[in-house]
Design a protein. Structure first.
Length: 397
């Protein structure tokens, strides 16, 4: 089946395979090239090729993202930063993937293959994290954080499984239950939190009563995990604290240097608040006093590089896309509805990750699969799929 997809829908196959490559071999360097970086480069190049071949014709709503693409292009053209082009391409890589995927009509078999691939990638991620942390070999839990980029994919998995569960596949609740275990093994706090709350925050039509009951259960489980010795050691410098300490912004919270970086960056942001310091200026600034290239907060990063104007453009485009996807999810049924609910729900998790991580730059781990699902959704919404022989006919209008 995989080879048939390669022949009939190569771009879809490429996105899935490069995501798998990033999950399994993301840390591997060959001749100075990290394979996770190579994964998104492959997607950019082949997406552009597919867009050129299709003469720019796509069902993806590029008009929604055009303002953000324009901002990124203008800033990179006037930038003198040697890494500005690379970072800028990473920002728009998922959008290009969505355009490329939506440039061809999609069949039901191809959508079902994509759904199956997500499950296989989930199993792969669980095994990779179990190996990287040593849990699979020793049975011991990690004592420091692992694979921060990789575990963001667990949240995309969570969004997918819960949408499928709401759609009637009740066994998917068990698949969803595994997703928080991935960041738990990797010892990554934000990813654990996001995976847990993905269920009550899903935009799929889950009943209010069920949301409340599930939210209470998750709150109880989350509180129990919070007060375990392992989590307390990770969360606080002194090794113990309370939930109220988290909300009060206690200085005892172990932020891994994040707050110091953010304070330094906000001081500089105040100097150029409206338009920012330029494409990738945040990386240059951070390297002037740390070994970090990312601030682990994409709101601060975009504010620093593109200013208030750039952040507003980005968040507006994202919000319009999420709303459009949600409206279409309610309009359609079956796989089409599932794809739109997945695309819109994943944006909520994306926005949460932006507070503490570099999710905007994690195209190979989160963004590409996210926008591939959106691309498939828009393509499927404009395609009539004949179940008898799987012929593809463009819908009129």
């Amino acid at each position: 089946m995989s080879l048939n997809i390669l022949k009939r829908f190569p771009m879809l196959w490429v996105v899935v395979m490069t995501t798998g490559m990033a999950l399994v071999f993301g840390d591997v360097n060959i001749a100075g090239i990290q394979l996770s970086g190579l994964a998104w480069v492959i997607c950019v190049v082949l997406s552009l090729l597919q867009i050129i071949i299709s003469r720019g014709k796509t069902f993806f709503p590029i008009r929604i993202w055009f303002p953000w693409i324009l901002v990124v292009l203008i800033y990179v053209l006037v930038s003198e930063d040697p890494n500005a082009l690379q970072r800028s391409l990473m920002l728009i890589c998922p959008i290009l993937v969505g355009m490329a995927i939506a440039s061809k009509p999609v069949s039901r078999n191809e959508v079902r293959w994509f759904f199956s691939s997500i499950k296989y990638l989930g199993v792969t991620l669980l095994l990779v994290i179990a190996l990287k942390t040593g849990f699979l070999l020793t049975g011991n839990m990690a004592t420091f954080g692992h694979a921060a980029a990789e575990v963001t994919f667990a949240s995309f998995l969570a969004a997918f499984f819960i949408v499928k569960y709401v759609a009637g596949e009740k066994k998917m609740i068990y698949w969803w239950g595994v997703t928080p275990l991935i960041p738990l093994l990797a010892y990554t706090r934000a990813a654990m939190f996001v995976a847990l709350i993905s269920l009550p925050l899903t935009l799929a039509p889950l009943g209010k009563r069920k949301r409340i009951v599930i939210a209470c259960l998750i709150l109880a489980i989350g509180t129990a995990v919070f007060y375990t010795d392992r989590f307390q050691q990770r969360m606080f410098y002194t090794g113990h604290g309370t939930i109220s300490d988290v909300f009060s912004g206690s200085s005892d919270i172990n932020t891994s240097g994040r707050t110091y970086m953010w304070d330094m960056m906000m001081y500089e942001i105040d100097k150029k608040p409206l338009l920012g310091h330029g494409a990738n200026a945040s990386e240059t600034f951070l390297l002037s006093f740390t070994k970090m290239t990312h601030p682990h907060n994409d709101y601060v990063r975009i504010l620093f590089d593109y200013g208030i104007l750039g952040l507003l453009v980005f968040l507006t485009c994202l919000s319009v896309q999420a709303i459009d996807s949600y409206k279409k999810a309610k309009k359609y049924s079956g796989d089409k509805s599932t794809l739109f609910y997945l695309g819109s729900s994943a944006f909520i998790l994306f926005l949460l990750f932006m507070f503490t991580d570099n999710i905007v730059m994690y195209a190979a781990f989160f963004g590409n699969m996210h926008f591939a699902s959106l691309g498939l959704a828009y393509s499927a919404s404009r395609t009539k799929m004949n179940t008898a022989n799987d012929r593809l006919l463009y819908a009129r209008g």
